[in-house]
Write a protein that binds this ligand. Structure first.
Ligand code: DAH
Length: 352
């Protein structure tokens, strides 16, 4: 029995030392010292058959073994607990002196930047800012704007047609839809919705079937303008345009009007601005003319007013179609239109 006790002691000490977790330690504690299944108790079951002298001897040794094992267990437990604490501390350690993680902030596309500036300028002059559908009906895109089916003006804007069929409609073609070629269709939509008098600008994307190069894209941005009231004349166009240009370029810009043809205005004009690069002396940007074409405009054609449900005897109006993408290119000196939708961060970051 004495041998067994000594053997138990050395084995116990050995396994306690090897234990790696508190749980493992508890298991060892149970198998050694447990009341029902404990190995120590197992050995001591035979003690009742011993002589009184041996009982005292074995009892003393058993107590010693018990104390050694308990102390060893306690000591190991402390050691393991400390280690877990240290491990956790190390894992959760936060060095508050390190610099924080940088959150990358996006920025607006230059087209949006200028669009918002323009919207503010027009709002200050009492214009509403409107939206229109990018997938437009053939009617609003062409017919309502005085461009009938076989009119040669349609050739200027080769576009993408969508064949779709509305429920209950026989032919697909009747409901022809196009990716709008300009923002002008919103002119008629706005007149029908708001009537006269009315002032509105419509920024938005337009689409054309273009061969792409540095100055042509299939998708670009325009800003349409429309002002309808009694006694509107060309003088109003010039006044509004001058206010717009000083607002955008932050300096006085000289303008001139040349005749231009668009079926939805009569008379129609091209508005040029004095070249901002050379100040009008002549350079490669203005092709040595001193002038840069900025936007087409004109007095709204009576047929368009009619399509918009407005009496052209009582009201007149002007409209313009600002090439927003072109304006942005001019303002920032961007030489390739394809940069805008390239998604190249090196380009976009220059405007943040
Ligand atoms: N919608 C025309 C285009 O994209 C531009 C235009 C010309 C708009 C004259 C107008 C206008 O409002 O009066 O080619």
């Amino acid at each position: 029995m004495i041998n067994k006790l000594n053997e138990l002691k050395s084995k116990a000490v050995e396994s306690i030392e090897k234990a790696k977790t508190v749980e493992a330690l508890e298991k060892i504690d149970n198998t050694l010292m447990g009341r029902k299944v404990g190995k120590l108790n197992d050995i001591l079951k035979g003690i009742k058959d011993l002589s009184a002298k041996d009982k005292a001897l074995v009892g003393k040794l058993a107590n010693e073994v018990k104390t050694v094992i308990s102390e060893k267990l306690e000591e190991k437990k402390k050691e393991l607990n400390k280690k877990t604490l240290n491990d956790n501390l190390e894992k959760d350690f936060i060095d508050v002196t390190l610099p924080g993680k940088k959150i990358d902030q996006g920025s607006l596309n230059p087209i949006s930047i200028v669009q918002y500036e323009l919207e503010d300028i027009f709002k200050s002059m009492g214009f509403m800012v409107l939206d229109g559908p990018e997938l437009e009906s053939d009617y609003y895109n062409f017919e309502g704007l005085n461009i009938p089916e076989h009119h040669p003006a349609r050739d200027m804007t080769d576009t993408f047609y969508i064949k779709s069929k509305v429920k209950g409609q026989k032919s697909k073609v009747e409901n022809k839809q196009v990716l709008r070629t300009h923002t002008s269709p919103v002119q008629v939509r706005a007149m029908l919705k708001y009537g006269a008098p009315m002032r509105a600008v419509v920024p938005g994307r337009v689409f054309r079937n273009e061969a792409m190069d540095a100055s042509h894209e299939h998708t670009f941005n325009q800003l349409e303008g429309l002002m309808i009231d009694k006694d509107i004349s060309i003088a109003n166009i010039i006044a509004v345009m001058n206010k717009l240009l000083t607002g955008i370029f932050k300096k006085d810009v000289k303008t001139r009007l040349r005749p231009g043809f668009f079926p939805f205005v009569e008379p129609g004009f091209e508005l040029d601005i004095n070249c901002l690069i050379c100040g009008g002396k002549g350079c490669s940007v203005c092709k040595q003319t001193g002038w840069v074409e900025l936007l087409p405009c004109g007095m709204v054609h009576p047929n368009v007013l009619k399509a918009g449900g407005i009496n052209s005897d009582e009201y007149s109006g002007f409209a313009f179609g600002l090439g927003l993408t072109r304006l942005v290119m001019m303002k920032y000196g961007i030489d390739d239109i394809r940069h805008f939708a390239s998604g190249d961060l090196r380009f976009l970051k220059q405007f943040s």
